[in-house]
Each structure stands twice: as C-alpha cells, then as structure tokens.
Design a protein around this ligand. Structure first.
Ligand SMILES: C[S@@+](CC[C@H](N)C(=O)[O-])C[C@H]1O[C@@H](n2cnc3c(N)ncnc32)[C@H](O)[C@@H]1O
Ligand code: SF4
Length: 350
C-alpha cells in the first residue's frame, strides 16, 4: 500500500473517550533503550548493564509502526511525536519519518531527543520531512548536567545538536528542562538567558512521578508558579493564550520581545481535561495515559494476522473506554494505594 493511502475516510466519525476527549495525538516510543541514565527517568542502579531491554524482534518494525500510524490517523490523530528511550538510537529513523510525514491527514511530525546524536542527524531528519524537534537539556552547568544525565553525554554536545537543528531549520526548537529542587533549580535563569532572543523556546517541566523506579519525592518538585515569578522578576513576562486546545505548556512571552518560555505543570496544574494523547510503546502496546498501569497490545493481533478493520476496532474500543485522569487524581490515588504501579516512561515515551 502506498504511504499516503488510508483505510478509513478522514471524515469518518472519530472516537471519543468517556470524558468526551477526542484522539488527536500519538506518541510513539521507537526505542526503549537510552544512552543516558537520568535518575528521574532511568536510574542507573535499576537500568544497569545487564538490564533486559526488549529484543529487537519484540520492538515494532517500521512497517508495523507505519501500518498502525495510518489506522490512528484514520481515527483522528493529526500529530505524531517520536520519542523513547532515545529515538535517535533507532537505526535509519529518517526512513520512518519520511513515511509518517507522507500519510494523508498528518499535520505535524515531531521528535523528542536528549540531543547527543542530534548534530549528526539533524540534516537528514529535516530532509526526511521532520517538522519540529524538542531537545531535553536540564542544565548548562557540566557538573549538574552529568548528575542529571547519569554521567553520560555533555552540555557542549547537546548545544551542538541544537545548533545543527537550527541550521537545518527544524523550528521552532523547544528545549525541555525537568527541574528538581536542590539539584538543578539554581540553573533555571542561566537556561533562560542562554536561549532568550534566539528563537529557541525553553520549557520547564515539573518533576513527575512517572514509573515506579525514580524514587519520586514531592519535596523535589518546583511548582511552575515559583519559576514564573523567578523568571518574571528578572525579565518581565506576560501570559499568552494556548496555541491550540490540549496544549500542555503554559506559554509566556518576554515583554521586551525576546521570545517565549513555557511551563509544563502536570503536578501542580494538571491538564487531563484536554488530553487527547495516545501512546504506543516500543513493543506495540497502546496506553491511554502516561501514568497508566496497563496497555493493550496491538502488536500481537497484528502479528497474528488481524485485518485493518479489526485493529481499528480495537483502537476505538480502547479509546472509547478511556477514563484516565491520573494527574488530577494523583493525591487521592497515591494515598489510597500507597503507590500506584505505572508504566515506565522510557518504554512508552515522554
Ligand atoms: C522520556 S524522554 C524520551 C526522549 C529523550 N530521551 C529525551 O530525553 O528527550 C522525554 C521527556 O520526558 C522527560 N521526563 C523523563 N522523566 C521525567 C520525570 N520524572 N518528570 C518529568 N519529565 C520527565 C524528559 O526530560 C524528556 O524531556
Ligand atoms: S529522560 Fe530521555 S535521556 Fe533521560 S533517561 Fe529518560 S529517555 Fe533517556
């Protein structure tokens, strides 16, 4: 089948979940492995040298990803983000990007990366049709960076990756920084200063209790409000409207016209009400929330010979039954169950 051929007309009725939320975004984890060991995501002591990641035969092939992506698009998906683990560890990723961008109905294909391999790949990603890129960078201080990455990579390599993305016109470039109190919060203004006026949008993410292995501690969360005040005291900023419904970052622009910063406040200002994201794990399970405990395998029926109609029906069924709003219920859930077993982020992607 040609890449732009679709199975269900784009005008077909779109599924809604139990809270009436449509399915608009798909995040695909193309690789469960990572070349970093950020303690808030894949702590080194848990994800050690002999940790068993997926075998390559367990991961979805590009062909399988493409087939499922087309079915999701027919159900309403318009934006696709490739993530991981570290997506640039997946060989020939540009080939997949080329195919995904040519699916009729797809408006936006983006990638989230830790940036270490970006300098090498930026131009080919752009040539393949990638629209935008988000690079994670938690600190400009080499020592703090090393602490946040588990001792891998370096600030200069990530900055070179961002520069290469800019040369390749993978814009608007966003830089994501997870902020942890007492670890990298001292470097927040440095990050803003470094990128103010460059067109790169820095977004500060509240440290979340994803997965079960990152020893999440609420004391380490720095509420976005605190950062808005800190940044605003140095460079006046003004709140902006969301670009679109369901946008996760709260946007602020600098009053002097030097661009914009964003805040992703899943802990203190949950945004479940507008969440239209489905997530596909590296081994093809469909998750309806970043904090879900279970996914539904699409890979197994697909490999057992399911038709497009059968797979589409399964996707609709899962979406129709969705009622997740973990972030809004976080406090109650954590109290009720001591802890709630969740899927790990490296596996379904951030
Ligand atoms: C899981 S990573 C995958 C893509 C790539 N490896 C990267 O780091 O950009 C996607 C995003 O999730 C963020 N993330 C991971 N663990 C987090 C946590 N506990 N709280 C908040 N954000 C987290 C990362 O900082 C990154 O921006
Ligand atoms: S946040 Fe990204 S770079 Fe860090 S360990 Fe997780 S997947 Fe790897």
């Amino acid at each position: 089948m040609a890449a732009n051929e679709i199975i269900v007309p784009l005008s077909a009725p779109r599924p809604r979940d139990r809270l009436q939320r449509p399915l608009r975004d798909l995040r695909i984890s193309v690789m469960d492995r990572c070349n970093f060991r950020c303690p808030y995501c894949m702590p080194r002591e848990q994800f050690h040298d002999s940790y068993r990641f997926l075998k390559s035969s367990q991961r979805l092939s590009f062909e399988e990803i493409l087939r499922l992506a087309r079915l999701f698009v027919a159900q309403g998906v318009r934006k696709i983000r490739l993530t991981g683990g570290e997506p640039l560890l997946r060989a020939n990723l540009a080939d997949l990007i080329g195919d995904l961008t040519s699916i009729a109905g797809v408006e936006d294909v983006a990638l989230t990366t830790n940036g270490i391999l970006l300098e090498r790949h930026a131009a080919e990603l752009k040539a393949a049709g990638l629209h935008r890129i988000t690079v994670s960078l938690d600190s400009l201080d080499p020592e703090v960076f090393a602490r946040m990455s588990g001792g891998f990579g370096g600030v200069n390599e990530v900055l070179a990756g961002i520069e290469a993305a800019r040369r390749a016109d993978l814009t608007p470039i966003k830089v994501n920084a997870v902020v942890q109190r007492g670890i990298n919060d001292q470097g927040v203004l440095d990050l803003v200063e470094r990128f103010r006026g460059t067109g790169v949008i820095v977004r500060f993410i509240e440290y979340m209790d994803v997965g079960n292995r990152n020893h999440w501690d609420a004391q380490r969360v720095v509420p976005s409000k605190e950062l808005v005040n800190l940044i605003g005291a140095r460079w006046p900023i003004e709140p902006r409207e969301h670009n679109y419904r369901g946008e996760v970052a709260r946007r602020y622009t600098f009053s002097d016209g030097a661009g914009e910063v964003g805040f992703i406040s899943s802990v203190t200002q949950p945004f479940c009400g507008d969440c239209s994201r489905a997530r596909l794990s590296s081994d093809g399970a469909l998750y309806t929330c970043l904090f879900a405990a279970h996914g539904v395998t699409l890979r197994d029926p697909l490999r057992a010979g399911a038709t497009d109609d059968e797979l589409s029906q399964l996707i609709r069924q899962v979406w129709n039954g969705r009622e997740d709003r973990y972030s809004e219920l976080r406090a109650n859930l954590r109290e009720a169950s001591g802890d709630h077993t969740k899927v790990e982020m490296y596996y379904i992607g951030g």
